[in-house]
Design a protein. Structure first.
Length: 164
């Protein structure tokens, strides 16, 4: 009998890979179009240069660290202090003494950084609409059920994240 997989089910990696041909992953999340005023083609070179200088000035003035995921467009990466993948950016933010951490990435990465940050730090998310297709399909109740069923693993994760 074939196992029925529901949205939000948590599977072991091997099991998930074996089931890919059988699972309807549904349509990908809708990516909103870039508004004309934000399309790099519609911003003059002078204005883009001014924006880069102004963002860097404000970042210095506010003691802000700008983090950009490696999938961000070049204009965003040009003003970032660090560019990388999710794990790298989380570590850089966690280890920083900046007062403000601005992370251009999917929203859940800003949320993770907010858990890892130092008490004096503020995390800014450039867009509250920057959703991750994997995170949007997560089922909170299944995750909580797993945490309750495996408290020893959940504890190890908390200990690792918080150093306690």
């Amino acid at each position: 009998m074939t196992k029925i997989v529901m949205p939000g089910d948590i599977l072991r990696a091997r099991e998930a890979i074996e089931m890919i041909p059988e699972v309807d992953l549904g349509p990908p999340i809708e990516v909103p179009p870039i508004p004309p005023e934000a399309d790099p083609k519609n911003i003059s070179k002078d204005e883009r240069q001014w924006l880069v200088v102004e963002i860097k000035r404000i970042a210095k003035e506010r003691n802000a660290l700008i983090l950009a995921h490696n999938y961000e467009p070049p204009d965003v990466q040009d003003v970032a202090h660090f560019i990388g993948d999710s794990i790298h950016l989380a570590k850089v933010g966690r280890d920083s003494d900046a007062d403000v951490l601005a992370e251009a990435s999917v929203l859940f990465m800003n949320e993770i950084l907010a858990v890892m940050k130092k008490p004096h730090q503020t995390v800014l998310a450039p867009s509250l609409k920057a959703l991750c297709s994997l995170a949007t399909h997560a089922n909170v109740n299944k995750i909580l059920d797993w945490k309750h069923a495996h408290p020893e693993k959940s504890y190890k994760l908390r200990k690792h994240l918080h150093g306690r």
